[in-house]
Design a protein around this ligand. Structure first.
Ligand SMILES: [Zn+2]
Length: 151
């Protein structure tokens, strides 16, 4: 049996001060189809910064000081954790295949969490509860060629 394709996953994080709130921060993970170039990562980071600046101006509390804004490589994996859902590029014939792949992924991470140093535990964010799994069929997923499993 051939191994499933793993995609590079990066995390983008930012921390800043704004006039009403010291040390605010946020971040997001992104899966790429191919290993991104340094330039692609810098563009993503720059867009992230502009988005955050505009958002905070919109809320009436502009960012006054950046502490850091950076990206880091997380891992090559079949599925990426976003926010109470996992996604991957859709190469599945049907939902059943996607769920089977996701089940294999969750089992692998559960095993890793049992065996490895617990400081390095992979947060499954509810994915360990299989009854929560629900394949998303939204237009966004279709448009991007993704399959997402909510949990
Ligand atoms: Zn969706």
């Amino acid at each position: 049996m051939t191994e499933e394709k793993k995609y590079p996953i990066y995390r983008f994080t930012a921390e800043w001060d704004q006039d009403n709130y010291a040390h605010n921060g946020t971040g997001f993970s992104k899966m790429y189809q191919e290993k991104p170039t340094e330039e692609q990562l810098h563009i993503e980071l720059e867009n992230f910064k502009i988005k955050l600046e505009n958002e905070q101006i919109g809320f009436g509390h502009p960012i006054i000081k950046w502490h850091n804004i950076e990206y880091s490589f997380i891992e090559n994996e079949v599925w990426a954790l976003i926010w109470f859902y996992h996604m991957t590029y859709n190469k599945f014939e049907n939902d059943g295949e996607a769920l089977k792949s996701f089940d294999k992924f969750v089992r692998r991470k559960e095993l890793q969490n049992i065996e490895e140093d617990h400081d390095a535990d992979y947060g499954l964010m509810g994915a360990e509860d299989r009854w929560r799994w629900e394949v998303c069929h939204c237009d966004g997923c279709k448009k991007n060629g993704w399959v997402a499993i909510n949990h």
